[in-house]
Design a protein around this ligand. Structure first.
Ligand code: SAM
Length: 355
């Protein structure tokens, strides 16, 4: 029997404390008070709830889209220890007690050891999916509350077996979108902006919110990885940076390079999107993003907050609260979301826009 008294929460290795603080706060908001177990650099946190079923309450009631440091989650029970041989047979009694699911994902921690398990996970997942289809546990229905069966594998003999609501969990295995680095892009940072769009902008809204032929300002743009993404959307970009921009990008004719201080620059006409990847104190960037959106200089802002070495969760909360306070003072409806992206390091990426 699975008691669904535990959550497995995946995060960037090194950010386990932040993920633990986040789930503790967010679960408390829905009345679940549990405790965390974590190992530094493991890429995941366990959150144990007081009663069976509590973990299902958390994944149902807490909005996954509002989580920052948690990349993927699932409600589960105790760690399953399996012996070599018929592992599926050993899991079958447990799986029989599970609700029906519409798909199966087999995941592992985003660590060197975790990545070594990828081939095992793929093979085990395909054999298990076949077994589940035959036994009627994997069903086709696409109900709004559909569940996904998730395995979180620590070793061939050790795994957590859980569930997550399909619409309230990461839309990619391990919470990592597989993006291909575009060869022409001048820096690897380019993938940060692309990933941010995938997390924050529903596909159906791309044409309206990142409009082809639209306008953008890129603050701290050099050498041009983020500008490249905007130009790739056929946008006209003002790139603000004292440093040099990539020549090929400038030859596109869609980029105007301005050598000014990013924190003093404001466009003459409102733009569709402002993006900012300047390495600065996060609070300064947060204030600037609020100024841009409230001042009507852009329809939305995507900005990176570089986190300090210590008190990273607290710093994140205070920057986001500061923006929320500014929006509340102005009496406007807005969307503010933040995520530590797979392509982010000691930083998080945010989006802010008026509704
Ligand atoms: C992390 S890099 C940006 C990388 C860029 N997003 C890309 O994808 O290629 C940060 C940039 O911010 C610029 N920068 C730092 N402080 C700045 C300021 N006050 N005004 C304008 N640019 C600044 C730096 O020159 C640097 O090029």
């Amino acid at each position: 029997m699975n008691e669904f008294h535990r959550l497995v929460l995946q995060c960037r290795p090194g950010f386990e404390k932040e993920a633990a603080a986040e789930i503790t706060d967010r679960a408390a908001e829905v009345g679940i008070y549990g405790y965390c177990q974590l190992e530094s650099q493991s890429g995941y946190v366990l959150f144990t709830c007081p009663q069976s079923g509590d973990a299902r309450v958390v994944v149902d009631k807490v909005d996954f889209g509002s989580l920052i440091f948690i990349r993927q989650w699932m409600a589960c029970g105790d760690l399953q220890h399996l012996e070599a041989g018929d592992r599926i047979g050993q899991l079958s009694a447990l799986l029989a007690s599970y609700p029906d699911c519409i798909e199966l994902w087999v995941e592992q921690p985003d660590t060197t050891e975790g990545r070594e398990l990828v081939t095992f996970c793929r093979k085990f997942g395909s054999a298990l999916a076949q077994f589940l289809r035959k036994s009627g546990k994997l069903v086709k229905s696409r109900r709004a509350q559909a569940l996904r069966l998730q395995l979180f594998v620590l070793a061939g003999s050790e795994m957590y077996v859980g569930v997550a609501p399909v619409v309230n969990s990461a839309p990619w295995i391990n919470g990592i979108p597989r993006l291909k680095f575009p060869k022409q892009a001048p820096s690897r940072s380019t993938l940060k902006l692309e990933e941010a769009w995938h997390w924050f902008v529903p596909v159906k809204q791309w044409d309206e919110r990142i409009p082809l032929g639209g306008t953008a300002v890129d603050l701290g743009a050099a050498p041009g990885g983020w500008t490249w993404q905007l130009v790739n959307r056929s946008m006209f970009v003002t790139a603000v940076d004292n440093g040099p921009m990539n020549d090929e990008l400038m030859e596109s004719g869609q980029v105007t390079h301005v050598t000014e201080d990013a924190y003093q620059f404001f466009p003459e006409k409102p733009v569709d999107m402002m993006v900012c990847d300047v390495v600065e104190k996060p609070v300064r960037t947060a204030i600037m993003a609020a100024d841009w959106v409230l001042g009507g200089y852009c329809r939305e802002a995507v900005f990176n907050l570089k986190l300090p070495m210590k008190q990273r969760y607290q710093e994140t909360q205070s920057c986001l609260s500061l923006i929320a306070d500014r929006m509340a003072e102005a009496g406007v409806a807005y969307e503010l979301r933040a995520k530590q992206l797979y392509h982010d390091r000691e930083e998080i990426t945010c989006i802010l826009r008026l509704l």
